[in-house]
Design a protein around this ligand. Structure first.
Ligand code: ATP
Ligand code: MG
Length: 400
């Protein structure tokens, strides 16, 4: 598909419809999109039901309605020349409504696939890398027919999961049955529990013309189902898997006809395990139709960030292959750090060289809530690692 390029500042009147970009969702990803768009001279509008949201706080315009509110969607379309999304649970029908009238990226169809693990798995398998063995559980017959080989496993709701929510680890049929009942019998997939050596992700940006650029794979450490640490530097993963993960991500984007920023998460299986012999070293886990937490380091360590690429894909500006100029380690800052409501000692952390602090303007810290992140940049991987460990020590984050 070809289309008109939306140049910033080209209309002469700032803030008019031709130079305003919209985003569905007001979370931190929306905030960083808005900030990237504004840095390039665009105006921004955020649609989010909350009166106070990380993106709403920094955007020129805020449409405060539910995602499916027809008046809210009409206001957003009237305000904006093109619209993106920052939150994968924004209902696909809302994006379909927007996409009928304005350039919308990613498209509703791609988001709909990513929103449903059952459809997502079928699609991911087309990237040429195996998915974790799984069974679909939508009724009692499918529950009873689950093959023994999938236990122990992880039961995941087909829809609306994130940060490990909607997931239960089960080791027997009895546990599986009660876990599915506890999830109210909603459609689920049961995945075989795989022996992981590591986890990684690849972020690509694909334009309207099919041009596709990528960041190098990130090495990700999760704790309690939530991303804790991302390490981004050469040598973080074996070269064979780096190449395979990038190729698979690009073909997944291609197969979807995807426009926008896409992240695909992978498992690296433990060496010598029977699962690795059967499936290969790399297994694809899931995709996110948007910039990703594991790509936040690109703001500080690359010459083009994932959010700038989101702006470029949305506006039809050229995509360039990003260049990483520093080794980087990113630490997520969860609400757990605000012990008894006390602000963490940012001054001590910022005394360390190469530390970049990003806080999302969330007013309430709670356990597991992503409040911000911190990126350490350095000339070498070992230096970035050492400084990140020092920062973790100051903040009381477990070493890695
Ligand atoms: P996200 O916040 O990335 O959207 P999510 O809630 O969608 O997370 P998953 O990515 O499916 O969840 O799983 C969260 C984490 O749980 C994974 O990163 C991994 O550490 C672990 N995990 C998930 N599935 C498996 C599996 N089949 N075998 C082993 N570990 C797994
Ligand atoms: Mg995940």
């Amino acid at each position: 598909m070809s289309r008109q390029i939306l140049l910033p500042g080209s209309a002469g009147v700032s803030g008019d419809q031709q130079t305003t970009l919209g985003v569905m969702g007001g979370g931190q990803l929306g905030r960083m999109f808005v900030q990237a768009a504004q840095a390039m001279g665009y105006f921004t509008a955020v649609l989010d039901p909350d009166a106070i949201s990380p993106a709403g706080l920094v955007s020129h315009y805020h449409v405060q309605t539910d995602y499916l509110d027809q008046q809210g969607l009409a206001q957003l379309m009237q305000r904006c020349a093109a619209i993106t999304t920052e939150f994968e649970n924004v209902p696909a029908p809302a994006l379909r409504t927007l996409g009928a009238v304005r350039p919308t990226a990613p498209a509703a169809d791609a988001v709909a696939i990513a929103q449903d693990r059952i459809q997502e798995k079928a699609h991911l398998a087309r990237g040429g890398v195996a998915v974790a063995p799984y069974a679909v559980i939508e009724n009692a017959e499918q529950l009873a027919a689950v093959p023994e080989q999938l236990l122990p496993g992880i039961l995941k709701t087909a829809r609306l999961g994130y940060d490990g929510k909607g997931q239960v680890r089960v080791s027997s049929r009895a546990e599986l049955t009660s876990a599915w009942q506890a999830l109210n019998g909603v459609p689920c997939v049961l995945e075989q529990m795989l022996p992981l050596a590591a986890e990684c992700s690849v972020i690509v940006a694909r334009g309207w013309d099919g041009a596709c650029v990528n960041f190098a794979p990130q090495l990700n450490l999760h704790r309690q189902g939530i991303l804790a640490v991302t390490q981004a530097y050469e040598g973080n993963l074996p070269p064979a898997q780096v190449e395979q993960a990038v190729l698979a991500t690009k073909s997944i984007a291609e197969e979807l006809g995807y426009v926008g920023v896409l992240c695909v998460e992978f498992f690296v299986l433990a060496e010598g395990s029977p699962e690795r012999d059967a499936l290969g070293a790399l297994v694809v886990n899931e995709m996110a139709p948007r910039p990703h937490n594991s790509g936040h380091y690109t703001l500080d360590a690359c010459d083009v960030s994932q959010f700038e690429l989101q702006v470029r894909t949305l506006t039809g500006l050229p995509l360039v292959q990003p260049r990483q100029h520093s080794a980087a380690v990113m630490l997520n800052l969860l609400g757990d750090l605000w012990v008894d409501g006390v602000t963490p000692p940012w001054d001590q952390v910022l005394a360390l060289p190469g530390v970049h602090l990003h806080l999302y303007g969330k007013l309430k810290a709670s356990k597991g809530r992503k409040m911000g992140h911190l990126t350490v940049t350095a000339e070498s991987a070992s230096q970035a690692h050492a400084t990140a460990l020092a920062a973790a020590r100051v903040l009381g984050i477990e070493a890695f």
